[in-house]
Design a protein around this ligand. Structure first.
Ligand code: ATP
Length: 240
């Protein structure tokens, strides 16, 4: 891959007190790519995304986004630079309406017309959100809430969209719908860093993948390479 990386993570180490959850990882994301981090529970994937978003401060290492260092910058400034995060567990506001939840995703923007257009785009991407725009978000199913979380993250018009476990807890049909939407976003040129337990689906979509194991990157490759890798197939794709 040539050109400057949109996101460049180098030797990143992150600890909770004395426990080091991420032990020196490096990877890059280029504009237009889908890059996935896969791995078992507790491997450090969520911790990594939360640090990239500015919610956690790393022990060591550097993060460059869009050509500038962002290590240690507060979360709201990182969103303003174009890095959006759809968190694990969605964290939508259940008592606010769907439309209000989407508007909150644009909290740093002042272009009312652009915001209205982008809300419409979210409704085009996920028609159920438009049909139920005035209902409380808490009435949505888990999969629909995931759509709302993704729609909300897109409302900041991010240069990089980070999705943490978008398929978690969803029915196979809903999971398929979410994965199809991620493929559509990719086709439209959205750059995505995807954390997934569903390795098959994530690697099928991804240009690049990294397998995280206990705080390190154990293996990296293209999505296709990892899908065909014997140890990945045994450990993550349920093959003997
Ligand atoms: P999961 O899919 O379960 O979220 P993950 O790969 O995203 O897995 P993390 O959630 O990043 O893993 O967790 C990495 C390690 O850090 C785990 O050992 C976890 O127990 C620990 N950890 C996570 N959050 C905290 C916290 N708030 N305080 C202390 N330890 C934590």
């Amino acid at each position: 891959m040539t050109g400057t990386a949109l996101l460049e993570v180098k030797d990143l180490r992150i600890a909770y007190g004395k426990i080091e959850a991420v032990k020196g990882i490096s990877f890059t994301v280029h504009t237009g790519q889908v890059v996935t981090l896969i791995g078992t529970n507790g491997a450090g994937k969520t911790t990594t995304l939360r640090t990239l978003s500015g919610l956690l401060t790393p022990l060591a290492g550097t993060i460059h986004f869009d050509g500038r260092p962002i290590t240690g910058i507060p979360a709201h400034r990182i969103v303003a630079l174009g890095l959006a995060h759809s968190p694990e567990g969605r964290h939508i506001f259940p008592r606010l309406t769907i439309a209000e939840n989407l508007q909150l995703g644009a909290f740093l923007r002042k272009d009312t017309h652009g915001i209205t257009q982008d809300i419409q785009r979210a409704y085009d991407l996920f028609p159920i959100l438009g049909e139920r725009a005035k209902q409380a978000a808490g009435t949505l199913s888990g999969g629909e809430q995931q759509m709302l979380a993704m729609g909300r993250a897109l409302m900041s018009r991010p240069k990089l969209l980070m999705l943490d476990e978008p398929s978690m807890g969803l029915s196979p049909i809903m999971m398929q719908k979410i994965m199809t939407t991620i493929a559509e976003l990719k086709a439209n040129g959205t750059t995505i860093l995807l954390v997934e337990q569903n390795a098959q689906a994530a690697l099928t979509l991804a240009d690049q993948g990294h397998v995280m194991e206990t705080g390190t990157i154990a293996l990296s490759g293209t999505g296709a390479e990892l899908l065909h890798n014997e140890s990945v197939r045994k450990a993550y794709l349920g093959e003997d």
